[in-house]
Design a protein around this ligand. Structure first.
Ligand code: GDP
Ligand code: MG
Length: 367
Protein backbone atom coordinates (compact mmCIF):
# COMPACT_ATOMS: atom_id res chain seq x y z
CA UNK A 1 0.00 0.00 0.00
CA UNK A 2 1.23 3.39 -0.91
CA UNK A 3 1.87 5.71 1.97
CA UNK A 4 2.53 9.40 1.86
CA UNK A 5 5.47 10.51 3.91
CA UNK A 6 4.18 13.67 5.44
CA UNK A 7 6.76 14.84 7.88
CA UNK A 8 10.30 13.83 8.70
CA UNK A 9 9.62 13.60 12.38
CA UNK A 10 6.38 13.69 14.30
CA UNK A 11 5.54 17.17 15.51
CA UNK A 12 4.20 17.30 19.05
CA UNK A 13 0.88 19.04 18.95
CA UNK A 14 -1.72 20.58 21.21
CA UNK A 15 -5.27 21.07 19.90
CA UNK A 16 -7.59 23.87 20.94
CA UNK A 17 -11.36 24.03 20.56
CA UNK A 18 -13.95 26.35 22.02
CA UNK A 19 -17.56 25.95 23.03
CA UNK A 20 -19.76 28.92 22.28
CA UNK A 21 -23.38 29.68 21.74
CA UNK A 22 -23.51 27.71 18.49
CA UNK A 23 -21.38 24.77 19.57
CA UNK A 24 -21.83 22.82 22.81
CA UNK A 25 -19.17 20.83 24.62
CA UNK A 26 -20.05 17.46 23.10
CA UNK A 27 -19.84 18.91 19.63
CA UNK A 28 -16.54 20.56 20.40
CA UNK A 29 -15.11 17.29 21.72
CA UNK A 30 -16.29 15.63 18.59
CA UNK A 31 -14.67 18.26 16.37
CA UNK A 32 -11.44 17.88 18.34
CA UNK A 33 -11.44 14.11 17.76
CA UNK A 34 -11.74 14.78 14.08
CA UNK A 35 -9.03 17.44 14.28
CA UNK A 36 -6.81 14.86 15.93
CA UNK A 37 -7.31 12.52 12.99
CA UNK A 38 -6.45 15.40 10.66
CA UNK A 39 -3.34 16.20 12.70
CA UNK A 40 -2.28 12.56 12.61
CA UNK A 41 -2.83 12.43 8.89
CA UNK A 42 -0.57 15.47 8.57
CA UNK A 43 2.08 13.74 10.65
CA UNK A 44 1.63 15.14 14.15
CA UNK A 45 1.38 13.44 17.51
CA UNK A 46 -1.36 14.97 19.63
CA UNK A 47 -0.20 15.37 23.23
CA UNK A 48 -3.20 17.24 24.65
CA UNK A 49 -6.53 18.76 23.71
CA UNK A 50 -7.83 21.94 25.29
CA UNK A 51 -11.41 23.16 25.35
CA UNK A 52 -12.37 26.62 26.42
CA UNK A 53 -15.93 27.55 27.24
CA UNK A 54 -16.34 31.02 25.92
CA UNK A 55 -19.29 33.06 24.81
CA UNK A 56 -17.32 35.98 23.51
CA UNK A 57 -14.25 35.15 21.51
CA UNK A 58 -11.32 37.46 21.88
CA UNK A 59 -10.56 39.42 18.70
CA UNK A 60 -6.88 39.53 19.66
CA UNK A 61 -6.13 36.01 20.88
CA UNK A 62 -9.35 34.08 20.12
CA UNK A 63 -9.26 32.32 23.52
CA UNK A 64 -8.93 34.10 26.86
CA UNK A 65 -5.77 35.28 28.54
CA UNK A 66 -5.98 32.64 31.30
CA UNK A 67 -6.20 29.81 28.78
CA UNK A 68 -3.33 31.27 26.79
CA UNK A 69 -1.12 31.20 29.89
CA UNK A 70 -2.19 27.69 30.80
CA UNK A 71 -1.35 26.37 27.34
CA UNK A 72 1.88 28.36 27.29
CA UNK A 73 3.10 26.57 30.40
CA UNK A 74 2.18 23.22 28.93
CA UNK A 75 4.04 24.02 25.71
CA UNK A 76 7.25 24.72 27.54
CA UNK A 77 6.98 21.77 29.92
CA UNK A 78 6.13 19.25 27.19
CA UNK A 79 8.27 20.37 24.26
CA UNK A 80 5.25 21.17 22.12
CA UNK A 81 6.06 22.59 18.70
CA UNK A 82 2.62 22.91 17.15
CA UNK A 83 -0.72 24.29 18.32
CA UNK A 84 -3.78 23.73 16.12
CA UNK A 85 -7.03 25.66 16.56
CA UNK A 86 -10.22 24.03 15.37
CA UNK A 87 -11.60 27.34 14.11
CA UNK A 88 -10.30 29.77 11.52
CA UNK A 89 -8.11 32.49 12.98
CA UNK A 90 -7.54 35.96 11.61
CA UNK A 91 -4.11 37.29 10.66
CA UNK A 92 -3.79 39.30 13.86
CA UNK A 93 -4.98 36.43 16.04
CA UNK A 94 -2.30 34.23 14.49
CA UNK A 95 0.32 36.89 15.14
CA UNK A 96 -0.67 37.49 18.74
CA UNK A 97 -1.00 33.84 19.62
CA UNK A 98 2.34 32.97 18.05
CA UNK A 99 3.96 35.74 20.01
CA UNK A 100 2.65 34.19 23.21
CA UNK A 101 3.29 30.54 22.41
CA UNK A 102 6.58 30.99 20.56
CA UNK A 103 5.77 27.95 18.45
CA UNK A 104 3.93 27.22 15.25
CA UNK A 105 0.19 27.93 15.26
CA UNK A 106 -2.22 26.58 12.67
CA UNK A 107 -5.98 26.41 12.25
CA UNK A 108 -8.12 23.57 10.90
CA UNK A 109 -8.13 25.09 7.42
CA UNK A 110 -4.31 25.23 7.39
CA UNK A 111 -4.18 21.59 8.29
CA UNK A 112 -6.69 20.51 5.67
CA UNK A 113 -4.97 22.59 2.99
CA UNK A 114 -1.66 21.06 3.98
CA UNK A 115 -2.99 17.52 3.72
CA UNK A 116 -4.58 18.33 0.38
CA UNK A 117 -1.27 19.72 -0.86
CA UNK A 118 0.48 16.50 0.06
CA UNK A 119 -2.19 14.28 -1.40
CA UNK A 120 -2.57 16.05 -4.72
CA UNK A 121 -1.08 13.77 -7.35
CA UNK A 122 -2.35 14.92 -10.72
CA UNK A 123 -1.68 18.36 -12.12
CA UNK A 124 -5.41 19.02 -11.96
CA UNK A 125 -5.58 18.41 -8.21
CA UNK A 126 -2.37 20.35 -7.70
CA UNK A 127 -3.71 23.41 -9.48
CA UNK A 128 -6.92 23.26 -7.46
CA UNK A 129 -5.08 22.99 -4.16
CA UNK A 130 -2.66 25.77 -5.05
CA UNK A 131 -5.57 28.00 -5.93
CA UNK A 132 -7.20 27.28 -2.57
CA UNK A 133 -3.93 27.97 -0.76
CA UNK A 134 -3.51 31.37 -2.38
CA UNK A 135 -7.13 32.24 -1.67
CA UNK A 136 -6.57 31.33 1.99
CA UNK A 137 -3.31 33.23 2.07
CA UNK A 138 -4.55 36.46 0.54
CA UNK A 139 -6.36 37.93 3.57
CA UNK A 140 -3.60 36.68 5.86
CA UNK A 141 -0.58 38.01 4.02
CA UNK A 142 0.57 40.22 6.85
CA UNK A 143 0.97 37.13 8.96
CA UNK A 144 3.51 35.67 6.60
CA UNK A 145 6.10 38.36 7.15
CA UNK A 146 6.41 37.61 10.81
CA UNK A 147 5.57 33.97 10.62
CA UNK A 148 7.91 31.95 12.80
CA UNK A 149 6.96 28.60 11.39
CA UNK A 150 8.19 29.38 7.91
CA UNK A 151 11.74 29.05 9.17
CA UNK A 152 10.93 25.85 11.01
CA UNK A 153 9.30 23.85 8.22
CA UNK A 154 7.00 20.87 8.75
CA UNK A 155 3.22 20.77 8.89
CA UNK A 156 1.44 23.82 7.56
CA UNK A 157 4.39 25.16 5.64
CA UNK A 158 4.00 23.41 2.33
CA UNK A 159 1.84 26.16 0.96
CA UNK A 160 3.02 28.83 -1.37
CA UNK A 161 3.67 30.98 1.68
CA UNK A 162 7.31 30.11 2.19
CA UNK A 163 8.26 31.22 -1.28
CA UNK A 164 6.12 34.30 -1.12
CA UNK A 165 7.13 35.99 2.08
CA UNK A 166 8.51 39.01 0.24
CA UNK A 167 5.75 39.15 -2.27
CA UNK A 168 2.65 41.29 -2.12
CA UNK A 169 -1.05 40.90 -2.70
CA UNK A 170 -0.85 42.00 -6.29
CA UNK A 171 1.43 39.13 -7.21
CA UNK A 172 -0.77 36.65 -5.41
CA UNK A 173 -3.85 37.96 -7.22
CA UNK A 174 -2.01 37.54 -10.48
CA UNK A 175 -1.11 33.96 -9.53
CA UNK A 176 -4.71 33.25 -8.65
CA UNK A 177 -5.87 34.45 -12.04
CA UNK A 178 -3.22 32.38 -13.85
CA UNK A 179 -4.25 29.29 -11.87
CA UNK A 180 -7.89 29.96 -12.68
CA UNK A 181 -7.02 30.09 -16.37
CA UNK A 182 -5.11 26.83 -16.09
CA UNK A 183 -8.05 25.24 -14.37
CA UNK A 184 -10.41 26.52 -17.02
CA UNK A 185 -8.31 24.88 -19.71
CA UNK A 186 -8.35 21.50 -17.98
CA UNK A 187 -12.06 21.92 -17.31
CA UNK A 188 -12.72 22.37 -20.99
CA UNK A 189 -10.84 19.19 -21.80
CA UNK A 190 -12.82 17.35 -19.18
CA UNK A 191 -16.06 18.67 -20.58
CA UNK A 192 -15.17 17.15 -23.92
CA UNK A 193 -14.33 13.88 -22.18
CA UNK A 194 -17.62 13.94 -20.37
CA UNK A 195 -19.54 14.50 -23.57
CA UNK A 196 -18.01 11.39 -25.07
CA UNK A 197 -19.39 9.41 -22.17
CA UNK A 198 -22.85 10.82 -22.53
CA UNK A 199 -24.56 7.55 -23.33
CA UNK A 200 -23.14 5.53 -20.49
CA UNK A 201 -24.82 5.15 -17.14
CA UNK A 202 -22.72 7.10 -14.65
CA UNK A 203 -22.43 6.32 -10.97
CA UNK A 204 -20.56 8.51 -8.55
CA UNK A 205 -19.39 7.63 -5.05
CA UNK A 206 -19.87 10.43 -2.56
CA UNK A 207 -19.54 10.56 1.19
CA UNK A 208 -17.74 11.75 4.24
CA UNK A 209 -14.00 11.29 4.25
CA UNK A 210 -12.89 7.80 5.37
CA UNK A 211 -16.33 6.25 4.86
CA UNK A 212 -15.05 3.58 2.48
CA UNK A 213 -15.68 5.04 -0.98
CA UNK A 214 -12.36 3.91 -2.45
CA UNK A 215 -12.67 0.47 -0.88
CA UNK A 216 -16.11 0.04 -2.44
CA UNK A 217 -14.89 1.35 -5.78
CA UNK A 218 -12.06 -1.17 -5.73
CA UNK A 219 -14.44 -3.95 -4.92
CA UNK A 220 -16.94 -3.04 -7.63
CA UNK A 221 -14.32 -2.55 -10.32
CA UNK A 222 -11.64 -4.95 -9.07
CA UNK A 223 -9.10 -2.17 -9.22
CA UNK A 224 -6.65 -1.04 -6.60
CA UNK A 225 -7.09 2.56 -5.66
CA UNK A 226 -5.46 3.91 -2.56
CA UNK A 227 -7.70 3.20 0.43
CA UNK A 228 -6.31 4.22 3.77
CA UNK A 229 -7.46 4.93 7.25
CA UNK A 230 -6.45 8.52 6.78
CA UNK A 231 -8.44 11.56 5.83
CA UNK A 232 -8.51 12.57 2.18
CA UNK A 233 -6.53 9.64 0.83
CA UNK A 234 -8.29 10.35 -2.47
CA UNK A 235 -8.10 13.80 -4.00
CA UNK A 236 -8.71 13.14 -7.63
CA UNK A 237 -11.79 11.76 -9.18
CA UNK A 238 -11.03 8.37 -10.60
CA UNK A 239 -13.29 7.01 -13.27
CA UNK A 240 -13.51 3.30 -14.03
CA UNK A 241 -15.58 1.20 -16.32
CA UNK A 242 -17.97 -1.27 -14.80
CA UNK A 243 -19.65 -4.10 -16.66
CA UNK A 244 -22.75 -5.55 -15.09
CA UNK A 245 -26.03 -7.05 -16.26
CA UNK A 246 -24.84 -6.80 -19.86
CA UNK A 247 -24.45 -3.09 -19.39
CA UNK A 248 -21.37 -0.94 -19.57
CA UNK A 249 -21.24 1.91 -17.13
CA UNK A 250 -18.86 4.32 -15.48
CA UNK A 251 -18.21 4.67 -11.81
CA UNK A 252 -16.21 7.48 -10.21
CA UNK A 253 -14.62 7.82 -6.80
CA UNK A 254 -14.56 11.38 -5.46
CA UNK A 255 -12.92 13.48 -2.79
CA UNK A 256 -14.48 13.08 0.66
CA UNK A 257 -16.37 15.76 2.52
CA UNK A 258 -15.65 16.96 6.03
CA UNK A 259 -17.06 19.52 8.45
CA UNK A 260 -15.54 22.99 8.47
CA UNK A 261 -13.94 22.43 5.11
CA UNK A 262 -12.20 25.67 4.14
CA UNK A 263 -14.53 27.39 1.73
CA UNK A 264 -11.59 28.21 -0.55
CA UNK A 265 -11.18 24.49 -1.04
CA UNK A 266 -14.80 23.92 -1.94
CA UNK A 267 -14.55 26.80 -4.38
CA UNK A 268 -11.48 25.50 -6.13
CA UNK A 269 -12.70 21.89 -6.07
CA UNK A 270 -15.99 22.83 -7.73
CA UNK A 271 -14.82 21.30 -10.98
CA UNK A 272 -13.89 18.03 -9.34
CA UNK A 273 -17.34 18.08 -7.87
CA UNK A 274 -18.75 18.55 -11.37
CA UNK A 275 -18.23 14.84 -11.84
CA UNK A 276 -20.88 14.38 -9.21
CA UNK A 277 -23.24 16.65 -11.13
CA UNK A 278 -22.64 14.59 -14.22
CA UNK A 279 -23.64 11.30 -12.58
CA UNK A 280 -26.99 9.55 -12.98
CA UNK A 281 -26.82 7.80 -9.64
CA UNK A 282 -25.00 8.82 -6.47
CA UNK A 283 -23.91 6.19 -3.99
CA UNK A 284 -23.71 8.05 -0.70
CA UNK A 285 -21.33 5.91 1.37
CA UNK A 286 -21.73 6.21 5.14
CA UNK A 287 -19.38 4.84 7.80
CA UNK A 288 -21.96 3.26 10.08
CA UNK A 289 -19.32 2.47 12.69
CA UNK A 290 -18.70 6.14 13.34
CA UNK A 291 -20.99 7.31 16.13
CA UNK A 292 -21.41 10.60 14.34
CA UNK A 293 -22.61 9.02 11.14
CA UNK A 294 -25.86 10.97 11.14
CA UNK A 295 -24.01 14.28 11.34
CA UNK A 296 -21.77 13.10 8.53
CA UNK A 297 -24.83 12.33 6.41
CA UNK A 298 -26.05 15.89 7.04
CA UNK A 299 -22.71 17.42 5.99
CA UNK A 300 -22.69 15.41 2.77
CA UNK A 301 -26.32 16.24 2.02
CA UNK A 302 -25.66 19.91 2.64
CA UNK A 303 -22.66 19.85 0.31
CA UNK A 304 -24.70 18.07 -2.35
CA UNK A 305 -27.35 20.74 -1.96
CA UNK A 306 -24.70 23.48 -2.28
CA UNK A 307 -23.38 22.11 -5.56
CA UNK A 308 -26.87 21.48 -6.90
CA UNK A 309 -26.80 17.68 -6.82
CA UNK A 310 -29.38 16.98 -4.16
CA UNK A 311 -32.14 16.09 -6.62
CA UNK A 312 -30.27 13.16 -8.09
CA UNK A 313 -31.07 9.54 -7.51
CA UNK A 314 -29.17 8.85 -4.31
CA UNK A 315 -28.64 5.45 -2.72
CA UNK A 316 -27.57 5.50 0.91
CA UNK A 317 -24.90 2.85 1.35
CA UNK A 318 -24.32 2.11 5.03
CA UNK A 319 -20.84 0.62 5.11
CA UNK A 320 -18.65 -1.16 7.66
CA UNK A 321 -21.44 -3.29 9.13
CA UNK A 322 -18.76 -5.88 9.91
CA UNK A 323 -17.36 -3.67 12.63
CA UNK A 324 -17.92 -5.00 16.09
CA UNK A 325 -19.20 -1.85 17.72
CA UNK A 326 -22.14 -1.71 15.34
CA UNK A 327 -23.35 -5.16 16.25
CA UNK A 328 -22.99 -4.43 19.93
CA UNK A 329 -24.15 -0.88 20.31
CA UNK A 330 -26.25 0.23 17.45
CA UNK A 331 -28.60 -2.68 16.89
CA UNK A 332 -28.36 -3.03 13.18
CA UNK A 333 -31.91 -4.31 12.80
CA UNK A 334 -33.33 -1.19 14.43
CA UNK A 335 -31.20 1.04 12.29
CA UNK A 336 -32.27 -0.71 9.15
CA UNK A 337 -35.89 -0.27 10.11
CA UNK A 338 -35.55 3.45 10.68
CA UNK A 339 -33.38 4.25 7.72
CA UNK A 340 -35.05 2.06 5.18
CA UNK A 341 -38.32 3.81 5.87
CA UNK A 342 -36.83 7.26 5.89
CA UNK A 343 -37.18 9.60 2.97
CA UNK A 344 -37.37 8.61 -0.65
CA UNK A 345 -33.78 7.44 -0.93
CA UNK A 346 -33.12 3.74 -1.04
CA UNK A 347 -30.64 2.35 1.42
CA UNK A 348 -28.53 -0.76 1.80
CA UNK A 349 -26.27 -2.08 4.55
CA UNK A 350 -22.95 -3.49 3.42
CA UNK A 351 -19.37 -4.19 4.27
CA UNK A 352 -17.05 -3.27 1.45
CA UNK A 353 -14.20 -4.80 3.41
CA UNK A 354 -15.83 -8.17 4.17
CA UNK A 355 -17.84 -8.14 0.94
CA UNK A 356 -21.21 -8.41 2.66
CA UNK A 357 -24.44 -7.57 0.76
CA UNK A 358 -22.62 -6.39 -2.37
CA UNK A 359 -25.13 -8.24 -4.55
CA UNK A 360 -27.95 -6.43 -2.79
CA UNK A 361 -26.26 -3.13 -3.54
CA UNK A 362 -25.88 -4.05 -7.20
CA UNK A 363 -29.53 -5.02 -7.40
CA UNK A 364 -30.58 -1.66 -6.00
CA UNK A 365 -28.29 0.17 -8.42
CA UNK A 366 -29.76 -1.56 -11.42
CA UNK A 367 -33.39 -1.48 -10.48
P1 GDP B 1 -12.69 6.89 1.60
O1 GDP B 1 -11.96 8.00 2.26
O2 GDP B 1 -14.18 7.08 1.71
O3 GDP B 1 -12.26 6.59 0.20
O4 GDP B 1 -12.40 5.58 2.50
P2 GDP B 1 -11.41 4.36 2.19
O5 GDP B 1 -11.99 3.46 1.17
O6 GDP B 1 -10.05 4.89 1.98
O7 GDP B 1 -11.51 3.60 3.58
C1 GDP B 1 -11.15 4.19 4.80
C2 GDP B 1 -10.80 3.12 5.79
O8 GDP B 1 -11.94 2.34 6.13
C3 GDP B 1 -9.75 2.13 5.26
O9 GDP B 1 -8.87 1.81 6.31
C4 GDP B 1 -10.59 0.93 4.86
O10 GDP B 1 -9.86 -0.28 4.94
C5 GDP B 1 -11.69 0.97 5.90
N1 GDP B 1 -12.94 0.33 5.42
C6 GDP B 1 -13.59 0.57 4.27
N2 GDP B 1 -14.70 -0.21 4.17
C7 GDP B 1 -14.74 -0.95 5.30
C8 GDP B 1 -15.65 -1.96 5.81
O11 GDP B 1 -16.65 -2.34 5.20
N3 GDP B 1 -15.36 -2.48 7.03
C9 GDP B 1 -14.27 -2.10 7.75
N4 GDP B 1 -14.08 -2.68 8.94
N5 GDP B 1 -13.40 -1.17 7.31
C10 GDP B 1 -13.62 -0.61 6.10
MG1 MG C 1 -10.98 7.62 -0.94
Amino acid sequence: MQDVKISNSLERAVLVGVTHKNQNELETLDYLDELELLAKTAGAFVVKKYIQKKYFLSPSTFIGKGKINEIKEFIVANKINLVVFDDELSASQFRNIEKEFKCKVLDRSNLILDIFALRAKTSYAKVQVELAQYAYLLPRLTRMWTHLSKQQGGIGTKGPGEKEIETDRRIIRKKISVLKQKLQKIDNQRKVQRKSRKNLLKISLVGYTNSGKSTLMNLLTKSSLLAEDKLFATLDTTVRRLYFNNKNMLISDTVGFIRKLPHQLIESFKSTLDDILDADILLHVVDLSNYNFEKHIDVVNKTLLDIGASKKKIILVFNKIDKKNIMENLKLAELKKTWMNKGENKSVFISAYKKINIDKLKKIIFN
